[in-house]
Design a protein around this ligand. Structure first.
Ligand SMILES: [Zn+2]
Length: 445
């Protein structure tokens, strides 16, 4: 199979003119001289060129392989790492890091669509995130923001959205717009159809261990029949078991303090499904409260997360995080940290595809500061920087079935490219200072 596809690729190369020699359109931008990390986990290209024509990449290679036509606007990338725009596969645009969800939802709900979500989207994009999954928001609001970004009206990552969580029952009245309770299989089917017809890209299922088998089956079957994957919480062991039984496509998070390791039956089931299943462990947020309180309280004063936010929001968010370790949200988090590395390794060892996602927007987890932290945490937990980068570029695109458009630097992909001074393959946390962000062929930073 491998030999055959190699042969096929070689024939294709012979049959087609190289994109550098004959680009589909006149090149409009080139990044020249950087170390190009294409997302495929191979050896990086030194002194590389990424050539862009319009909204697409037309050639990637060394400076000798890819000549830049005279007159092409050029970004000098010498000394920089050049890589695909990052994915964050678990964000919440409706929140900006405030410590009290009830206060936030009750006070700022009318400002979500016009102000708060666009601000979050802009922060993510300027931090190098060029595509993202939003996993929980009021339906009309998130679809409006997604479409405004697609039309180029506001800056932001390409969004893949779920709209509301589908769950057994909303937890509180003020969350009813983005947490839809499901009562019976017919209701489950109707609610999936409603969000699919409205235009969501995927379904977000949580607390499936509290639903009936019929309800969960109805949700997954209806979603899959409409070509929409199902993303489910994987906090509790039974939540994972029910999700696996019904064939969900991706799990989120890494569980509870009271469940310190994954049991054998779950690991066996994950190994069996490993080709078709992804997991978004969202680990960086777990370290945030202790880090902020004990190591670097100054991150709360960083002007980057405050930029372009209304002063009343900044003040309210900042005050809400005054005692970050005392927030109910972080109550059990310190107890989860000692077992986290072992659980992360258990997941890796099953062969399940790990995706970078951050729960960006949860208390203290600013959209300007979340995604690079997840990559850095993966490296702390034993991955190579190259593997972490692939988890934020190629694998998210593969999971979304958009690998021909997104996630790697190769001819034909959308020109979503970032560049950062220095060597990210040794110092992954350099990604906290992204110098160049290009989306759809246009430089936005
Ligand atoms: Zn979340």
């Amino acid at each position: 199979m491998r030999r055959l596809s190699f042969l096929f690729a070689a024939l294709l190369l012979l049959a087609l003119p190289t994109p550098a020699a004959e680009p589909s359109g006149k090149p409009t931008l080139a990044l020249v001289g950087g170390r190009v990390i294409d997302g495929y986990e191979g050896k990086p290209i030194e002194d590389g060129v990424v050539l862009i024509a319009g909204e697409r990449i037309v050639a990637v290679g060394t400076r000798t392989e890819v000549p830049v036509p005279p007159g092409t606007p050029t970004i000098d990338a010498r000394g920089m790492s050049v890589l695909p725009g990052l994915a964050d596969m678990h964000v919440h645009l409706m929140i900006l890091g405030h410590g009290d969800y009830e206060h936030w939802d009750r006070t700022y709900r009318p400002r979500f669509a016009a102000e708060i979500m666009p601000a979050a989207a802009r922060q993510l994009l300027e931090s190098g995130v060029t595509f993202a999954r939003d996993l929980g928001a009021p339906l009309e609001d998130i679809l409006l923001v997604k479409r405004r970004i697609e039309k180029g009206e506001i800056p932001g990552p390409r969004l893949f959205v779920s709209g509301p969580f589908l769950q057994h029952a909303p937890y509180n009245d003020y969350e009813k717009e983005f947490r839809w309770g499901v009562t019976g299989a017919a209701d489950a089917r109707a609610k999936v159809r409603k969000v699919v017809d409205a235009g969501v890209d995927l379904i977000k299922l949580i607390d499936q261990d509290q639903m009936t088998d019929e309800e969960v089956r109805a949700i997954v079957e209806t979603a899959h029949a409409a070509g929409r994957p199902v993303v489910a919480h994987g906090h509790r062991e039974d939540e994972i078991r029910v999700g696996l039984k019904h064939g969900v496509d991706c799990f989120e998070h890494t569980g509870l303090a009271t469940e310190p390791a994954y049991p054998d039956d779950i690991l066996a089931a994950l190994r069996k499904r490993n080709q078709g299943l992804a997991w978004c462990p969202t680990v960086e947020g777990l370290f945030l409260s202790a880090y902020t309180a004990d190591v670097f309280p100054g991150r709360l004063d960083d002007p980057r997360w405050q930029a372009n936010l209304a002063p009343d929001l900044v003040k309210d968010i900042r005050e809400s995080l005054r005692n970050i370790t005392g927030l109910p949200y972080f109550q059990l988090v310190r107890r989860r940290l000692p077992t986290l590395a072992a659980k992360f390794k258990q997941l890796r060892d099953t062969g399940v595809t790990l995706l970078v996602g951050t729960d960006s927007g949860i208390p203290g987890n600013f959209h300007t500061d979340s995604t690079w932290r997840e990559l850095a945490t993966w490296v702390d937990l034993g991955m190579t920087p190259m593997q972490a980068i692939a988890g934020a570029t190629r694998w998210p695109a593969v999971w979304l079935k958009r690998e021909k458009d997104l996630g790697t630097l190769a001819p034909g992909r959308f020109a979503d490219v970032i560049a950062v001074k220095g060597d990210v393959l040794t110092h992954i946390d350099l990604l906290q200072r992204v110098d160049v962000v290009i989306k759809n062929g246009v430089r936005v930073r």
